[in-house]
Each structure stands twice: as structure tokens, then as C-alpha cells.
Design a protein. Structure first.
Lengths: 111, 108
């Protein structure tokens, strides 16, 4: 069966420090991968999506970037975190035409 | 532009009462509509999708293209239905747009 792993679960980072959140999928090949940010009262904001290795589409200009170095690995990064980057980040995967399967999320607090 | 609107941030009903979570969308083509649910301390998960035309946990949702709505309904709410519900739209392509969510409280 397919599973999705996202880590870490929580992270506290100082302003100006780098960020790397990792997401991996098992049990499927060539998944569509997504990074969302979930904010209370504002739903889920799509940040990046990828339909294949090395293919990244950015939805919102911001202080973050994404990479897909392997078929089932999706990484969210920042070189220098801002206070406004604090939030709850969700990774998800889908097959073509299917619904999403979400990871457990990462709570990022920038201090 | 694609848009999903969930007009109610919070909905509170008594156990056994009918519940309807509203969702309206804006999309010029033929959309795929979904409902996702997040129970306390659990992952966000797919509840149902309109093309499946199925009932999950007693919930149903019918796509009304004339009213551009995809309301989620259940005839008799249960306490375990208390959760955050998100309506979502995929309008051709790979992206899915989510509504702001509705928190459902089912009171005993």
C-alpha cells in the first residue's frame, strides 16, 4: 500500500536560518507531489507542485523553494527564514485523476 | 479563475439532526469536486469525490452545475462527525484549490 512520510513533525528555527522539510512516498511510482501551507481560517494554500523529477511549479512567490531530486522525494527549503514563514506545512501526493493523500504535517515556528 | 467558497467557518448541530456543509465554486469548465476531512489529531484525508457518487460515513454530496455547488449532507449527524471539512476543486491539470474549511461541532 502507498504511504507518505513527512518530517520533522515540529520545528523551531531562528529568523535567518535555513530550512529543509522532507517528504517521501512509498508504494507508488511517478506520483504528483504537492506542498501546501495550512492556516487557520484560510484553508490550504498551494505552494509548489511537481509532476516529475526535477519539475517544480511554484504557485506563490515567496521565501521558499522546492526540489524533487528523486521520483518519490519532495523537499521544501529556504535559505533564510522569515517570521512570516511560520505555519503548518503539508505534503501530499496523488496519482493522475485521483484524490490527495496527505502527510502528517510539519509545524514550523520561526522565532 | 478557480475559487472555492465555504461560507460557514463554524457549524454546530445536535446529534441526530441533519447537517449540510455548503460549498460553492467558480470554474468555467468541468470541475472535479472533493470533500476532505480532518478529525482531531489526525491527518487530512479524502472523504469523497463527486465522480464516485458514493456515500461515505453516511455523507453524500451532489454536484449542482447550475448552482455551482457541491454541498455535503448527512441526514443524522453523529458526535464522531465533529471535524474540520474542506471542499476542494480540481479544474483540469494537477492543481487542487481548497476552500477555507468549515468546522463542524456535533453536540450530544
Amino acid at each position: 500500500s502507498q504511504t507518505i512520510h513527512q518530517w520533522p513533525a515540529t520545528l523551531v528555527q531562528p529568523v535567518g536560518s535555513p530550512l529543509s522539510l522532507e517528504c517521501t512516498v512509498e508504494g507508488t511510482s511517478n506520483p504528483n507531489l504537492y506542498w501546501y501551507r495550512q492556516a487557520a481560517g484560510r484553508g490550504l494554500q498551494l505552494l509548489f507542485y511537481s509532476v516529475g523529477i526535477g519539475q517544480i511549479s511554484s504557485e506563490v512567490p515567496q521565501n521558499l523553494s522546492a526540489s524533487r531530486p528523486q521520483d518519490r522525494q519532495f523537499i521544501l527549503s529556504s535559505k533564510k527564514l522569515l517570521l512570516s514563514d511560520s505555519g503548518f506545512y503539508l505534503c501530499a501526493w496523488s496519482s493522475s485523476g485521483g484524490g490527495y493523500t496527505f502527510g502528517s504535517g510539519t509545524r514550523l515556528t520561526v522565532v | 479563475a478557480q475559487r472555492v467558497t465555504q461560507p460557514e467557518k463554524l457549524l454546530s448541530v445536535f446529534k441526530g439532526a441533519p447537517v449540510e456543509l455548503k460549498c460553492n465554486y467558480s470554474y468555467s469548465g468541468s470541475p472535479e469536486l472533493f470533500w476532505y476531512v480532518q478529525y482531531s489529531r489526525q491527518r487530512l484525508q479524502l472523504l469523497l469525490r463527486h465522480i464516485s457518487r458514493e456515500s461515505i460515513k453516511g455523507f453524500t454530496a451532489d454536484l449542482n452545475k447550475g448552482e455551482t455547488s457541491f454541498h455535503l449532507k448527512k441526514p443524522f449527524a453523529q458526535e464522531e462527525d465533529s471535524a474540520m471539512y474542506y471542499c476542494a476543486l480540481r479544474g483540469g491539470g494537477f492543481k487542487t484549490i481548497f476552500g477555507a474549511g468549515t468546522r463542524l461541532f456535533v453536540k450530544a
